[in-house]
Design a protein around this ligand. Structure first.
Ligand SMILES: Nc1ncnc2c1ncn2[C@@H]1O[C@H](COP(=O)(O)OP(=O)(O)OP(=O)(O)O)[C@@H](O)[C@H]1O
Length: 251
């Protein structure tokens, strides 16, 4: 039974064992609809495994995951995606030889089929949606550019828009600013921040300036469990977080 009935997502007492090694160890974490949540932690803390459990890629050895009141345990990855969980991996996966517009056409087309694109069966409301998405990611001027010609940051934003086009109820975004310039990093934070409220978003990253700019609640993972949760100011002043992750400024 889902204990957190107000939550969109809740992981309850989740453990994952890889041949006896506990990558997740009794992890509890829940999210409300419309929330933006950052998840940070040292290398090997279990952040990727946490996402893998939600998407059904990894099966927990213990515990339960509830999404929209339904248990996700035992469901196949594509079924979980169909239930409304969307994931963006670290490196952008856009179609480089297609234009920005064509990439977005694929993401908003239903059912997803290249034939829909070839036949130009894009409905008016889908065209409105594409226009809206291009404004969200500020790429309206690049509408007819090949995705392959975009900067790394612009590709990341295009892929975020493609994910948005699928209208998931939950977006999982894995290290979106790795390799981005400082300016692109700030713009990515502002973009993700602007999505909260209408969208529920989990962002994993190591870049603390980026996490601060998200201005969201932060969950700190360590050794497969949640060490601390709260605002950036709260977690930055938490002795346990300083000890295991942030470190102390050099004297
Ligand atoms: N398939 C696997 N088999 C064995 N051990 C694994 C497997 N996947 C992950 N692990 C181990 O589980 C632990 C958690 O890994 P995970 O990738 O979730 O951490 P992370 O917080 O995402 O780390 P990073 O910040 O380096 O990406 C690590 O010690 C990792 O070596």
């Amino acid at each position: 039974m889902n204990k957190n009935t107000n939550s969109l997502l809740s992981l309850e007492n989740i453990s994952v064992s890889f041949e006896g090694f506990l990558a997740l160890n009794d992890l509890n974490l829940s999210l409300k609809t419309g929330e933006l949540r950052a998840v940070i932690g040292p290398n090997g803390a279990g952040k990727t495994t946490f996402l893998d459990v939600i998407t059904g890629k990894v099966k927990p050895t213990k515990g339960d995951v509830f999404f929209k009141g339904k248990s996700l345990i035992g469901r196949k990855e594509h079924k979980i995606a169909r239930l409304g969980v969307g994931r963006k991996f670290q490196s952008p996966r856009v179609f480089e030889n297609l234009t920005v517009k064509e990439n977005l056409e694929i993401s908003v087309s239903t059912p997803k089929s290249p034939l829909n694109l070839i036949n130009k069966k894009i409905k008016n409301d889908q065209l409105d949606e594409i226009e809206h998405l291009m404004k969200v990611i500020n790429l309206s001027k690049k509408i007819n550019s090949k995705a392959g010609a975009l900067s790394h940051g612009q590709k990341q934003w295009l892929e975020i828009a493609m994910l948005l086009g699928q209208k998931p109820d939950l977006m999982l975004v894995d290290e979106p600013v790795a390799g981005l310039t400082d300016e692109e990093t700030d713009l990515t934070a502002d973009l993700l921040k602007s999505l909260s409220g209408e969208n529920t978003v989990v962002v994993i990253d190591h870049d603390m300036e980026f996490i601060r700019r998200l201005d969201s609640n932060v969950s700190v993972l360590n050794q497969g469990t949640v060490l601390c949760e709260g605002t950036m100011d709260t977690i930055q002043n938490d002795k346990r977080v300083i000890d295991v992750y942030l470190g102390r400024p050099e004297e």
